[in-house]
Design a protein around this ligand. Structure first.
Ligand code: KG4
Ligand code: ZN
Length: 395
């Protein structure tokens, strides 16, 4: 089954042709990052106008790259929520119009569910030899195995979800304030590292950590340079990142560590002596705080909480497979650390390639496939749902 997937929930315009929910024939993403970087974040009106300008060329390019015409396509799927209403409207309307014009089944896709299904996409290119007759479409070799635990971490969501089967989601915990990606973006802005904050913070941290490694020093000197607070919220699977963000803000505004409520990491900083050998960015100061060391310490605090709490939930629910999903799943420190937490317990960890962690349409085509398999589709009266959440069932 060939599905045209369309994604337009925020500042990325995507179209992809996906076969059988797993194999990519094409995946095109037009990003607006450069435009929004000027404003330090996404401006909704600008985002939807840009979506409108790019949606048709992006879809045409995806069709061309897959060498498809409309006769090849079996269904059309588009994100209908959550996201920015104006942005969602563009992709959803385009999808419905194409379905109407070409008399194709249409399905609206939940963006968060699609992030999870990015884990079903194959790293390899399209396998033409899939045997049609005796195939089990629900499970194919290489698919994630149920029951599994998924940490969904994007710009607006941080949720620990127990997935017992296709479409069966139980909410174990969620953020009580900022999402993990939101914290990365806000701290990126506080530290003057630009938008989006996640990749910028990762890069700044990586640079200073690599420098230390080259000097024969431990990376923990950077990661522990500022002892930032962690909200463990013990006894729950919930998260909280706003206290951490505020501590960084106070430090970057020149507060002392005592005033910022962070224990001192002065000793570690003292050992990172050769700032002059670091790049210009690594030596940048904000309010007396070293930006690179603060970026590294902040990332470590987020990773620490996400990795430990995910491992604890995996143990409690006896799952053998953990998935990462959403933009923050691109974070290399998180991937490495969670691997270290889970490997001794023989729990498998999977995450999509970086390009499929952040917003893309391939994941829309994948999620849509498993709904269409169950005979589900939407009418063309489907409206955008900016506040949509995962369709949770009670435990
Ligand atoms: O899933 P996504 O592309 O969009 C939403 O659905 O929100 O996630 C975007 C978020 C942003 O907050 C961005 O800073 C974060 O993902 N992100 C990262 C990394 N790459 C993107 N956060 C940490 N490390 C990264 N490498
Ligand atoms: Zn997303």
């Amino acid at each position: 089954m060939l599905i045209l997937g369309i994604e337009s929930s925020c500042d990325e315009t995507g179209a992809a042709i996906v076969k059988d929910g797993r194999y990519l024939l094409s995946n095109v993403v037009a990003s607006q990052i450069e435009i929004h970087d000027r404003y330090g974040g996404v401006v909704p009106e600008v985002a939807s106008r840009q979506q409108l300008a790019t949606i048709i060329p992006v879809i045409e390019t995806a069709m061309e790259q897959a060498q498809c015409n409309w006769e090849h396509i079996d269904a059309v799927a588009a994100t209908y929520g959550p996201g920015l209403a104006g942005s969602l409207l563009v992709g959803l309307t385009a999808g419905k119009a194409i379905a109407l014009a070409h008399e194709l089944p249409f399905l609206g896709v939940n963006h968060l569910e699609a992030h999870i299904y990015a884990n079903w996409l194959r790293n390899s290119t399209y396998a033409r030899q899939t045997r049609e007759d005796d195939a089990d479409w629900e499970y194919q070799e290489g698919d994630p195995t149920f029951p599994l635990l998924c940490l969904v971490i994007s710009g607006a969501h941080s949720e620990l979800v127990l997935v017992r089967g296709h479409g069966h989601y139980e909410l174990l915990g969620r953020t009580r304030d900022d999402a993990a990606g939101e914290a990365f973006d806000k701290v990126g802005r506080i530290l003057g590292l630009g938008y989006p904050g996640g990749p910028a913070i990762q890069q700044a941290a990586q640079r200073v950590e690599e420098e230390l490694t080259q000097q024969g020093k431990a990376v923990s000197l950077a990661r522990g340079a500022y002892r930032l607070p962690r909200a463990w919220l013990r006894g729950t699977h919930d998260f909280s990142f706003s206290g951490l963000k505020t501590a960084v803000l106070h430090l970057a505004e020149g507060a002392s560590e005592q005033q910022a409520g962070t224990a001192s990491g002065e000793k570690a900083r003292g050992q990172v002596s050769q700032y002059t050998r670091m790049g210009a960015q690594a030596a940048t100061q904000k309010g007396g705080a070293n930006v690179a060391l603060l970026a590294s310490s902040f990332q470590e605090a987020v990773v620490d909480v996400l990795a430990v709490k995910t491992r604890l939930a995996a143990q409690e629910y006896h799952v053998k497979h953990v998935l990462l999903a959403g933009g923050v799943a691109a974070n290399s420190s998180l991937r490495t650390r969670l691997e270290q937490e889970l490997r001794p317990l023989r729990i498998r960890l999977s995450y999509p390639p970086v390009a499929y962690c952040t917003d893309n349409a391939a994941m829309i085509g994948s999620a849509a496939f498993f709904h269409l398999l169950r005979g589900e589709q939407h009418g063309l009266d489907l409206d955008v749902a900016p506040g949509l959440s995962l369709p949770f069932v009670k435990a």
